[in-house]
Design a protein. Sequence first.
Length: 311
Amino acid sequence: MDLIQLIPWAIFGAMTIGAWVLIGYFTSKSSRASERLDELRDPTLRNRDAPGNKSGGVGAMLEKAAPTLSKALEPKTELEASELKVRLANAGYNSPNAPQIFLALKVALGLGGAMIGGGYGLASWGMTQNGLTSIVIGGGIGFYLPETAMFFIRRARQEKIFLCLPDALDLLVVCVEAGLGLDTAMRRVSEELLDSAPDVCGEFNMANMQLQMGRPRRDVLHDMGVRSGVDDMKSLAAVLIQTDKFGSSIAQALQVQSDSMRVKRRQLAEEKAQQTAVKMIFPLVLFIFPGIFVVLVGPAALMMINGLLAN
């Protein structure tokens, strides 16, 4: 093996060693003074030694390296930062550090993809255009992988909220008509539907927590609609804001909103049922009809072939 063939392996080894050094640097244990300063900046870190809050390995490394890695991708304006927070909140990530960790994850996966693609490309093609292209492709795939995963997570969560919201509203109407206040009714619904509708209950719990902290109900309900990203939740928040502003009946407004959501869900189900006949054409033509054709026409075709061969 000559020197030219060893160059790609040497480059890949140097990149691997550099990444290992960075991981060891970020995961090194900090002093107690630094930990106390971190706890003063973020009070949630005080419970990190609890049995259920211990994190280690790559998660701890990424959490420590997030400020450094995410600095290159930090939003330049408040509008961009707000859009990123809303997208993460729609996916269910409401932590204050979620944008920073998300951007750091994009950078880390981008570097990891570039290393993997570069190692494969340099080992296969050497220092050629194909080898350099593999670095770009690997880095691009790793960089956009968190965006793709967040898109699917957000869409699945919004669909769950849309399907579970009418049932939660029905129970909310029962609680309000029984004499409970809106805050208490939301808390009761969160306790009863925690297993069947965890996403809706999570939104209600967060709204209750913000109300207990003294935030205005109008702002809390508006944030709940924006945080969910579901049009029905936004319309529910708007209805509750209007009823609280004008002093109308909350139970009647919730009943009307629940009926409209249930009708909408039934119409979507009927629409998908009507599309079933059209969607079944393609598997029938591609998979079912050829098998039926072989079973029905195959024996006749064999008899014709045997008759022609006999003649």
